[in-house]
Ligand binder design. Structure first.
Ligand code: PMP
Length: 410
């Protein structure tokens, strides 16, 4: 009897030989339930197909970058047009200035923009600018928050980092001003880094308390440190002007990436005039940072998002999805907690401390054509239309039924 080995399994086996273990696919994809694919063939609108031809309604959106749907025609046309002219040149194209102008108009705290590639570039650049402007060394980071793979932002236990990498990082607790006061007491603070909401893995999403955001602003003003908002995950999904604009709190620096160019590689650091001098004195560059085609893609993405009220579309789709999940869980007698802004939803099961039930449920969702994650928040996009949400809710209903049949009700 011959065993049929799918393309995904075959690619995993080949990758195991030539790519250090687990580095195939998006690195986080290795934490997906075992039946989830690691390798993908294509995406279109709100859907993706794995290399074995299975179709999914996609609620990870490439872990954030896909904002308007996969292969959005207007964005792809802008990128293709720029590629036909030139992409990586001896300096930036006019698109860089145009994009900086658009971002400075769109984001009230920003007087200037600098571009790079990944989120880690943007947050690390933010810290470099803050240090350059203040002449100080330390950065405050909320325990459990993710700001990329710069040594300064990783857990002190992270393998391959040194004690020295963490010397200038001081931890505080999200939404706890007293812990921030304690952390700044040692002085030498260049920046306080913060995410717009608490979206750490392995926990329900938690909104930022408005008084916490205001308190951070006041502390930064008092001690002369930069408030660095890491808008890499929420940016352009919550508010085009920045995710703390609804709270009325403006950072000094904000880091953007992921969704900026609908999947094309681009990140940005935005800043205010107080940090302009510090920014212009640093040395920061990258071989691909000035590539013109992602900037053309970003211009098209921002125009399209604004003109089509893309954030409104993803919010409405997310509200339908969240409401549907709550109703289904309750109908199956399962107690769940659905959290997060509708554009970045997440679901946990009551009492599921080891996330075993969430993992089993997500696995069933995958079998039923819905790609979402058991321990990391999900992402909606403007391409999630009613049909995609209806199709997804059929899959999630089957998944709840399977869990109910396996475990019984709560
Ligand atoms: N900050 C936040 C809040 C993020 O979610 C991420 C990526 N998940 C990063 C920084 C790092 O971005 P990148 O993976 O593009 O370096």
């Amino acid at each position: 009897m011959s065993t049929v080995v799918g393309t995904d399994q075959a690619l995993r086996a080949r990758a195991a030989r030539v790519v250090p273990g687990g580095m195939y696919g998006h690195m986080n994809a290795v934490f997906m339930p075992p039946n989830f694919p690691q390798f993908f063939a294509r995406g279109e609108g709100p859907r993706v197909w794995d290399v074995d031809g299975n179709e999914y309604v996609d609620f990870m959106c490439s872990w954030g970058p896909i904002l308007l749907g996969h292969r959005h025609p207007v964005v792809e046309e802008a990128v293709a047009g720029q590629l036909a002219e030139g992409d990586v040149l001896n300096g930036p194209s006019a698109r860089m200035v145009e994009l900086a102008e658009v971002l400075v108009d769109q984001v009230p705290h920003a007087d200037w923009a600098m571009f790079c590639k990944n989120g880690t570039d943007a947050t690390t650049l933010g810290l470099t600018v803050a240090r350059s402007a203040t002449g100080r060394r330390k950065v405050l980071v909320a325990r459990g928050s993710y700001h990329g793979i710069g040594g300064w932002s990783m857990a002190p236990t992270a393998r391959g980092t040194t004690e020295e990498d963490h010397l200038n990082t001081v931890f505080y607790e999200y939404n706890d001003l007293a812990s921030v006061e304690a952390a700044v007491a040692g002085g030498d603070i260049a920046a306080i880094a913060v995410t717009p909401i608490r979206h750490d893995v392995y926990r329900d999403l938690e909104p930022c308390a408005p008084e916490f955001a205001r308190g951070l602003r006041a502390i930064c003003d008092r001690i002369g440190a930069a408030l660095l908002l890491d808008d890499i995950r929420c940016g352009l999904r919550v508010d085009m002007a920045g995710s703390w604009e609804p709270l009325g709190v403006r950072p000094d620096l904000s880091a953007w990436s992921k969704s900026l160019a609908n999947g094309h590689p681009l990140a940005a650091l935005l800043g205010n005039d107080a940090f302009r001098d510090g920014a212009q004195k640093i040395f920061a560059t990258g071989s691909f940072w000035m590539a013109a085609s992602p900037m053309a893609g970003a211009l098209a993405t921002l125009r399209e998002l604004r003109e089509s009220d893309g954030i409104g579309a993803m919010r409405r789709a997310g509200e339908r999805f969240q409401a549907g999940l709550r109703e289904q869980a309750s109908a199956h007698g399962l107690v769940v907690n659905v959290t997060g802004p509708p554009q970045l939803p997440f679901l946990t099961f009551a009492g599921d401390t080891d996330f075993a039930r969430a993992t089993a449920w997500a696995g069933e969702c995958g079998r039923n054509g819905v790609y979402l994650h058991p321990t990391h928040n999900w992402f909606l996009g403007a391409a999630h239309d009613d049909e995609a949400i209806d199709r997804a809710l059929q899959g999630t209903d089957e998944a709840f039924r399977a869990i109910r049949e396996r475990d019984g009700g709560d």
